[in-house]
Design a protein around this ligand. Sequence first.
Ligand code: TRP
Length: 503
Amino acid sequence: MTSERVSHQGEWSGSLTFFLAATGAVVGLGNIWKFPYVVGQNGGGAFVLTYLLFVVLIGLPIFMSEVMLGRRGRQSPYNSFYIIASEDQKSRRWAWLGGMVSISGFLILSYYSVVGGEVIAYAVRAASGTFTNQSADGVKSIYNTFRDNPEALLAWHTVFMVITCLVVSRGVKHGLEKTVKILIPALLGLLLILVAYTAYTGSFVNGASYMFDIDFKKLLFARNEAGIYILDSNGSYRFTFKGILTAMGHAFFTLSLGVGAMMIFGSYLKREVSIAKVAMSIAFADTLVAIVAGLAIFPIVFTYGLSASQGPGLVFTTLPIAFGSMYFGSLMGTAFFLLLFFAALTSAIALIEPTVIWLVERRGMTRVQATAWAGIACWLVGIISVFSESGVTLRRIFYVLAGFLDIPDIELSHQIFDLTGFQIIDSVVTLVMLPVGGFLIAIFAGWIMSPQNSRDELNLKNDLYYKIWQALVRYIAPALVFVIFVSGLIEWIYKYLVYQPVM
Ligand code: TRP
């Protein structure tokens, strides 16, 4: 049975515009800011390989499922699940899944916007020549001074959020389609120039081999980690699930899965378009940008003796060094951070869209009202991440509270107190909510929706392809997600809430 529903919000003009808009949504800070630092923190090549495997086995089938469900339902994730479940006489409570995934997107945007604000600030700095002839230490101290300044971060966070809301309030279709057509190729072009530059000047080979040399010891064992198997406490290597779980979480994050964004984008997609083909090209483009970003960044890390595992600041402390010493560096730097800003913006729009459409459909708001409410709420949650950037950990918050309440000498030795609000939101979303959302979406697409309807909506050329997709969403993806998620979660709880390092 073919569905005749249409979206109230309009349609993409064709498969190319869908490809570009969805690529705009998946390519973002995840590829250029996050990917290099999670690779660095989890030991390089083995992490990259594991991540690629997850993209193919889990990411692609779930990506196809989201687009398919969105196109079938033609409404917000909440309503789409409701409609499809009713159509197949299944429980309408599945609609809650649509609500949950929309919240994940909202939470991601809260910190995404803070980093997006940092990117705008860096575009301004590059334009004013701040990085010209700076040493590696100079660039680093510029970054640290910047992060220690909550007022500035808050101001840039506000700027980013306001711009996002302005675009969203006008509707995704207009403007967005046109912008991504220019921006995505431009971003890729600039990244290639940067790679060429690092290939020519620095330790390109060291950087590349860091990403492609596969050494599973680095992924699976860590020093001073409270892994599942605590053998002793003298700091020797221990087995840990953390790397595998992070690779899986990143596959979800970078493909924008588990937040309903691809469902919303799918709801504007014409029926004739082949979901499988377009999904594969999007996943390919996304991976390509991430790898190229790594090839631009790691050589600089090695040339200047920086640390690959330093964390979220990696992009902000590596590329400016290159911009500072290359010809036309200020121009290149400005262009690069501007494009990164646009990449972040096209993602931010998709992150908040499910919540906005939900408010429009369920609360009867206009698009502008819905955007304003969602935007203000998200901005407020983002303030947590603003303070986290300047190093406010849970321990500091508790000490301040204890001071107020006159509680003497509380002892906070569990490692969870070393985390900042930003780290907690990011790990709860990427390591818990996205996998859980993705798992349930796979279950819904594979088991709840009738095969007759999913076969019709996917409309694959060959029934064998359908069978492969079905096996992936029914068995392989849910099983992998489940096992990795549960092991990772147990380990996380052990590490942060049970284990107490000797101080
Ligand atoms: N994929 C985006 C990036 O790599 C981040 C992201 C995660 C996202 N979930 C999303 C973007 C949902 C849009 C919609 O930066």
